[in-house]
Design a protein around this ligand. Structure first.
Ligand SMILES: [Zn+2]
Length: 304
């Protein structure tokens, strides 16, 4: 028997009133294309971003609910890559010092408690949206989503089945809704889930199997079905002494199968470096005596 090693990467759109670095309205349901835009989220030369403190607070709130350590110092970095929906040519994200790390989430599965480690939670900006009209030889772009606050949560590879992954996503959605951090509706793209999955040959083996990434998962059910399908597919290959290819696969919900999208090219070099246009975030924990509530104080400090 092979042991499935599964980790999740989940992107969550935050419920703030305005975007991550400008005053534009954060409205993921706006139907008029390029309506909530300004020179900052369109990355015109000479414009400067300003941190939305509410978004920072929301990520810390989620981190505390998931038993994370909150980094006292955190900052944004530039992640450089070229894509038409990314007007700056880089994405403002976090790399070395995310807001939250080393959390643990206790799931109740079949009457037992299962602990799933939270590797990190960081804050970044969303990209625009490309639209490819059927049968046409051009693409359209809508920047309404550009620079919406996006929280990325990465779990440790502690998940062992499709059922556990589905349960994790469902419970996470409940927490995020309770905290009023996000609606986390998967069908609306407010919560986007990517799965990393490999199989371990025998239980005690330390050598990890080849990792496959699954994308295009639009519901809790598809998370579960895609993982169960992938476990079977990889098991069949390994049983015949075949080799698993390191690749990204997409989920086809109608056919109920994963399909190869692209093989892993060499690792990307994103050339991360601290965003010079934004201050460093200093976070202080203060306990109030009366109700023993933990408050966080966020201060922004100029980079010297
Ligand atoms: Zn804007």
């Amino acid at each position: 028997m092979y042991k499935p090693i599964i980790g999740l990467e989940i992107h969550i759109e935050l419920n703030t009133k305005s975007k991550m670095f400008c005053g534009c309205k954060n409205d993921s349901e706006e139907m008029r294309p390029n309506f909530n835009i300004c020179p900052i989220c369109l990355a015109h030369p000479g414009t400067l971003p300003v941190i939305n403190k509410k978004a920072v607070e929301m990520v810390i709130k989620a981190g505390l609910a998931l038993n994370c350590e909150i980094n006292k110092t955190s900052y944004f970095e530039r992640k450089s890559y070229f894509y038409p929906d990314l007007p700056k040519g880089f994405q403002i994200s976090q790399y070395r010092l995310p807001l939250c790390k080393n959390g643990v989430f206790k799931l109740k599965i079949n009457g037992k408690i299962k602990k799933i480690g939270i590797n990190r939670i960081h804050l970044e900006e969303d990209t625009g949206k490309l639209i490819h009209p059927a049968g046409e030889d051009y693409s359209l772009i809508d920047f309404n989503r550009s620079s919406l606050p996006l929280m990325e949560l990465v779990t440790n590879p502690d998940i062992r089945s499709g059922k556990e992954a589905k349960k994790f996503c469902e419970e996470l959605q409940l927490i995020l809704r309770y905290l009023e951090v996000s609606n986390a509706d998967m069908e609306k793209g407010q919560m986007r889930c990517e799965v990393n999955i490999s199989l371990l040959k025998d239980k005690n083996s330390k050598k990890l199997g080849t990792k496959v990434e699954i994308k295009n998962l639009n519901s809790f059910r598809s998370v579960e079905r895609a993982i169960d399908y992938e476990i079977k597919r990889q098991t069949n290959i390994l049983k015949k002494s075949g080799k698993i290819v390191q690749e990204t696969r997409g989920w086809n919900d109608i056919k109920g199968i994963t399909i190869s999208q692209r093989e892993k090219e060499q690792a990307h070099d994103y050339r991360y470096f601290p965003e010079p246009d934004l201050p460093i975030i200093k976070i202080k924990k203060t306990k109030t005596n009366r109700d023993r509530q933990i408050k966080t104080e966020i201060n922004l400090q100029k980079i010297k």
